[in-house]
Design a protein around this ligand. Sequence first.
Ligand SMILES: [Zn+2]
Length: 251
Amino acid sequence: MTPTPPAGQLAALDASLGVVPAAGDRRRHPAPAHLVFFHGPMDCGKSTLALQVDHNQSRQGRHGLLLTQDDRSGTPQISSRVGLQRAAIELDADTDVRLLVRDRWAAGHRVDYLIVDEAQFLTGEQAEQLAELVDESHVDVYAFGLTTDFRTRLFPGTQRLFELADDVQRVQVEVLCWCGLPGLLNARVVGDAVVREGATVVVADTAPALQPAAAPAAGEATVRYQVLCRRHFSRGQLGPTPTGPGQLALR
Ligand SMILES: [Zn+2]
């Protein structure tokens, strides 16, 4: 499976890029910048799309900052399953994104746009900071994140971006439930059972998310995530095999 961003989505992006003026024009005729939020379930190709948007923007001579959160690689990066990756700046809940950008400007760097991956983990305040950067500083923001947690509730950052973004797009789903229907919901699976209560965020919430959250202690069931359609999420049915057809295999 090659998670090429859907043609319709890219066409929309290209169309929007067409009206983005060059930096020099922008200062004379400040065009409104935009806050765009792309969301979907695990493994739907969000990070691939994030890197594609970055590529499209930088090809036009624009300068961007790539931000991510809860990256556990030790070297923060946005990486996709097709092997693309780029170094990124790691945010935590205390990061003021406005200061991050202003510090870059103070150091003489241009920042025309931000790519924000794992945006579901933003605090509401950080989502508001992104909106302020768009409105007051004409920085375009492209944010990418999971829609819902394993309880089918919006993540906090996702909710605030839904409320504030100029444009909200569901990434066209490439991952299917084992039954063949589009997978929309991220089920947390402990042993062989779907669980619907517990801490909102455990490490395995992000891709590569199908790995166990942590090495289980002796006698403890592993925690993993599986994308399901709504019906099979509700019924707690995981399909004939734990990683059935349409599910990405464990890496
Ligand atoms: Zn299903």
